[in-house]
Design a binder for this molecule. Sequence first.
Ligand code: ZN
Length: 207
Amino acid sequence: MRAYHANKRREAARKASIWRRREHRKAQEQKRAMCAVALILGLLLPLGLGIAMPNGNAEHAYATQPQSDRQCEALCGWPVLDPRIEREFEKPAKRWLSGHRGIDLTAQAGTVIVAPQAGIIRFAGKVAEKDVVSMRHSNGVISTFEPATTTLTVGAAVTQGQFIGTVGGASDHCTGQCLHWGLKRGEDDYLDPQRYAGNQKIVLKPL
Ligand SMILES: [Zn+2]
């Protein structure tokens, strides 16, 4: 009788072991299937994005990115080739309070600035001794760059990714060399350019 029970227990243990192995195999297969789907998506996604890039803008491909944010539809580029943020946007709590009405991008004097979106040159000159270039985009949003100079004249139309000026001149935004990029809708609705310029990988400089 004892032997009978021992056999029963062994049999039950064997069945449980087979069941566990089967479940494990099933889980492994599911995992492999998920990985395959992820891999296929990973391969297809960049292809799709490549196709989505506007023709004739390939040389400034960096100025275009996936349009996941509806607000980003009309303004989806960075003004410099290798954007690294030195100081982030800090929206003032009140209109009259201080903050940082834009972002500061690492940029040496002479760095080329390109239009983050199509528009027209709105201003080029000095504001409070600072060298400023600003442009009005077709959606009415205004980009302001400083320190920046341009040879383009006010009213000149530029397309996205087109050269609009170079970094240089006077500014109090960085101790080193940088480009301040401000983005404004209306009179004083300051926007975070980083949100509008897409999801390209940005490295924040250590403080
Ligand atoms: Zn700044």
